[in-house]
Design a protein around this ligand. Structure first.
Ligand code: AMP
Ligand code: MG
Length: 545
């Protein structure tokens, strides 16, 4: 049993209301032996104790929004010993009631049966300062009944990646689960990073993730696959009542509307991924949030050179199922699995099919608006802009071009038609040359094609008659200057593994304002250096984390 400390500084301010365990059926069996858990949404389980917890970083916005941080009591704040003890799982606060949830999923296109929180332990639900329930979840806090053959742990490298990316995505305006903290455990964890017979001992860590709900498509799929229809209905009703309360009391009609809502939220999330160049890497249905939040940051990556078929996940290198350009299609495939899972609640195919259209419609609409925004256009004009974007998509792939820098520098193009007519191709290209990995190797043929596109683009943009300042401000509000470049995360990891965690906080700080010019932080906006091109962790990742 963990120690209970009735007063541990600011943490006493946390208010718990554990609806999930109170309202849904739990597993009657105790303990963490690996097993099939039938007839239950979760199993109660306590986090494992760790030997030497040490705070690596925390998100000050999350501390505040959970209502933990009050004034100058720094000695009892996030830097204090109790904070690390609580958010590695060593100490439970009064009101916490830890549990792991039961879910299944389709992995890489095949049904995988029961998966569940194999290394995630929910501590409880906190009411945040806005009155919303937020589940606190430790990732890497030890074995649960769902750990299967694995160890229930997480390594520092992948925990830093999850912590930073959750917060970076939030600041970019992408729907996501959040991260409160990352604590190194002082324990050693063995990982064979590329499953090639080279295991290495790595430092362990625990991230505290936060979301209104961690329920996944796979949560519903499992109950339907097992024909546990009463449980399916209970979880659906629970989700509608608490996470989609505007839909009203659950009934057939509500289930369909709920599904349509999930389709729309998912479409919005994917449009945002495409906007910022994010590749999730493992879009299995167990990694799809029913709230449309980006969830489970594993072998994700950021598009650097613009290559739609790029995937950061070496496990997916052959099929490229989860490549950048495939993400919308895979989201739709996953929504179909979700539709099948909730079919028993509706027993009619037609309304589900119609609702699925909502995804395609919402995605198409959202994508157009998003692309118009990236190009600084007032609105998408099908007549001209489909062709304009198609050609851009082709040209960007001809030579290695950093996606983030390209769009950011496009705002610097002078869109005055007469000025452009008088400019040479070379001069026209000047503002965007920083986006090329090898600007001095561009051929005449390439320059002619790209400047041809730029001239079309200038003609199109000038039609909108926006002032240069408005256009630039609009573009800079949707085209980030700073993203969590794969090599930057790796540099922070390298230092952190040596005991110096400062770069994690530095990166978080830069990524708090991704759309702002931060002249003193320019090194964080640089494109990938050559040493990182093929370095594991920078361009190649795996599910091993
Ligand atoms: P992921 O690919 O990270 O979404 O994980 C898929 C499934 O494997 C989930 O059920 C996870 O909980 C489980 N899993 C992944 N890594 C571990 C681990 N180290 N220990 C226990 N379960 C794990
Ligand atoms: Mg997962």
């Amino acid at each position: 049993m963990n120690d209970f400390h009735p007063r541990v500084g600011v943490f006493e301010d946390l208010r718990f209301d554990n609806r999930f365990v109170r309202e849904l059926p739990g597993d009657p069996v105790a303990g963490n032996t690996r097993r099939q858990v039938n007839g239950a949404c979760y199993s109660r389980i306590e986090p494992a104790r760790v030997c030497r917890p040490e705070l690596v970083a925390y998100s000050r916005e999350m501390v505040e929004s959970l209502g933990m941080y009050r004034g100058p009591r720094d000695d009892q704040g996030p830097e204090s010993v109790p904070f690390a003890e609580i958010f590695c799982g060593n100490r439970l606060l009064p009101g916490m009631d830890p549990f792991a949830t039961c879910y299944g999923g389709h992995q890489f296109g095949s049904w995988a049966g029961q998966l569940g929180d194999g290394r995630a332990i929910n501590l409880g639900e906190v009411i945040d300062i806005n009155g919303q329930h937020q589940t606190l979840q430790l990732k890497g806090a030890g074995l649960t009944p769902y750990s299967r053959t694995a160890d229930g742990l997480a390594v520092l490298r992948s925990s830093i990646r999850e912590f930073l990316c959750s917060e970076a995505m939030h600041h970019l305006g992408v729907p996501t689960t959040r991260a409160l903290s990352i604590v190194a455990t002082g324990e050693e964890v063995v990982r064979d990073m590329f499953y090639d017979g080279h295991p290495r001992v790595e430092p362990g860590a625990v991230v505290c993730r936060v979301a209104p709900s961690f329920t996944r498509f796979g949560s519903f799929e499992l109950f339907t696959a097992r024909r546990e229809f009463a449980l399916l209905r209970q979880l659906a009703d629970y989700t509608i009542r608490h996470d989609f309360p505007h839909l009203g009391e659950p009934c057939k009609k509500t289930y369909v509307e709920w599904f349509e809502n999930v389709c729309r939220h998912t479409a919005d999330m994917i449009v945002n991924w495409m906007r910022v160049g994010f590749v999730h890497g493992v879009m299995n249905t167990d990694n799809m949030s029913v709230l449309g939040l980006t969830i489970d940051y594993g072998p994700y990556g950021w598009l650097e050179g613009y290559e739609p078929d790029w995937t950061p996940n070496t496990t997916d290198a052959a099929g490229r199922r989860y490549s950048f350009g495939n993400q919308p299609q895979i989201a739709l495939w996953n929504l179909m699995r979700f539709a099948n899972a909730i079919y028993p609640l509706i027993e009619e195919e037609r309304p589900l099919r119609d609702a699925l259209e909502a995804f395609s419609d919402e995605y198409a609409r959202g994508w157009r608006t998003m692309m118009a925004g990236k190009l600084g256009l007032r609105r998408f004009d099908t007549e001209t802009d489909d062709a304009l974007i198609k050609e851009l998509n082709n040209v960007l792939q001809l030579v290695e071009t950093d996606m983030t820098l390209f769009y950011r520098s496009l705002a610097d193009i002078n869109i005055d038609v007469e000025t452009a007519a008088a400019q040479s191709d070379e001069d026209l290209l000047a503002p965007i040359t920083g986006a090329y990995f090898a600007a001095d190797e561009l051929t005449g043929e390439y320059k002619a094609r790209m400047s041809g596109w730029l001239r079309d683009y200038i003609r199109r943009s000038s039609r909108d008659a926006l002032s240069a300042e408005t256009r630039r401000n609009n573009m800079n509000a949707v085209n980030p200057k700073y993203v969590l470049r794969n090599y930057l995360a790796q540099l922070a990891i390298d230092r952190s593994e040596q005991g110096d965690h400062a770069m994690v906080a530095d990166l978080l700080d830069v990524l708090r304002s991704p759309y702002d010019e931060q002249p003193e932080r320019l090194e964080f906006a640089k494109k990938r250096p050559d040493w990182a091109r093929n370095r594991p962790g920078c361009s190649m990742l795996s599910c091993s984390s």
